[in-house]
Design a protein. Sequence first.
Length: 136
Amino acid sequence: MKNVLLFGTFDILHEGHKYIFKQLNELGYNIIISLARDEVVKRLKTKEPVNKFANRKKALENTGLIKKVIKGDEKQGKFSKILAVNPDVIAVGYDQNELQKAIKKWMTINNKNIPIIKMQSYNPKVYKSSLLRNKI
């Protein structure tokens, strides 16, 4: 099986995330997640994560859909996990345009050519992390 690298915070794990994991599994990929550290989540979202790193990691592992969860970089945009994992594919969420641009820029600078696939959404008016966080 091929490996796919997926970056994220997965602060409030929901059906939209699981839909992405199932899509990737059906495509024959082992999913490796680079899970954002708590301090990176705070810088990125300007709020503490609802769930701490250990809880987010455990929730992902408990889905049974993930091969491995690794701790993300200390600095956003470093993408050292791409070098560490050497994935066959990188997947981004349907709404992760800025992340996709940053990865493409990093790959150009680092002479890498890894396909990036954009995943489909699953009922984004209900299952979107920012919406769910606002309900908490």
